[in-house]
Design a protein. Structure first.
Length: 264
């Protein structure tokens, strides 16, 4: 599985800038990367174009809102956030919901960095970080109580995986969530129908250079992605523009990313 630490630093900076994070998750590397991208992003915003920051905020805030909704409805008592990077979601949600079990999972180097940061903040045993490769055949079922509801979150991961790996991952997640009485899978996703193809391909190429690995769009339409989720074993699936949700910022970038909500 590719190492995507540069995007963890960058997104960590975005969350911090927008009052969503803890200072422990805001790295110097992310600040420098954000400064480097600020001029073209500002120029795009001036002419009414999309920005990467608006896209990132849209996916993050909408996933937050859907998770909060599931917790409040009593459908979720535990969360597995895969490839969590420097996401502040676990810290914020366990602060708001002290009884929530929140397990963050990432590759060993990133997991160690996150574990050290959380240790400096001080966290309860219900909020922990595990070493986990999303492409592993084994799912961390032992981390959870199968009598409660489980949410699985992947934010910013799928575009770094080949299509077949995404389909395999979805099948494993559907199987894992199906072990619990209730649950939901939440993610972001890009589809070609949201942008003109040349723009989409240019974005892929630029982002590939930025993160030092190939990124890709796997589905032409949201309907195709929904069918793939159902084929993977989910009972229902919705792939919708983040901009449609009231939690998303009302900026053009919010329309360039989809949010996935799939249930067993």
């Amino acid at each position: 599985m590719p190492q995507i630490a540069p995007t963890a630093w960058y997104t960590g900076r975005v969350w911090s800038r927008n009052g969503l994070s803890h200072p422990e998750f805001d790295r110097l590397g992310g600040k420098l990367m954000h400064l480097a991208t600020e001029p073209p992003m500002r120029a795009s915003k001036i002419v009414g174009g999309p920005t990467l920051e608006a896209l990132l905020l849209a996916r993050h805030l909408v996933i937050d809102a859907l998770l909060e909704e599931a917790i409040e409805a009593g459908k979720v008592t535990q969360v597995l956030e895969v490839a969590s990077g420097l996401s502040p979601r676990g810290w914020r949600f366990t602060e708001a919901h002290p009884d929530l079990v929140y397990v963050e999972a990432d590759l060993p180097d990133m997991a160690a960095e996150k574990r050290e940061a959380l240790g400096r903040i001080g966290r309860p045993p219900t909020h922990r970080v595990i070493d986990f490769d999303a492409l592993s055949d084994d799912m961390p079922l032992e981390e959870f109580d199968t009598s409660g509801g489980l949410a699985i979150i992947t934010e910013g991961l799928l575009s770094y995986l080949p299509r077949e790996a995404v389909l395999t991952l979805w099948a494993r997640f559907a199987g894992l969530i199906g072990t619990f009485p209730t649950g939901v899978y939440l993610s972001d996703l890009h589809v070609d129908e949201d942008v003109f193809a040349p723009v989409a391909r240019a974005f892929e190429a630029a982002l590939s250079v930025f993160v030092q690995t190939r990124v890709s769009v796997h589905f032409d339409t949201a309907a195709e992605a929904e069918r793939a989720l159902l084929d993977a074993g989910f009972g229902s699936a919705k792939v919708f523009p983040a901009a449609e949700h009231p939690a998303a910022p009302q900026e053009p970038g919010a329309g360039r990313v989809r949010v996935v909500r799939a249930r067993p």
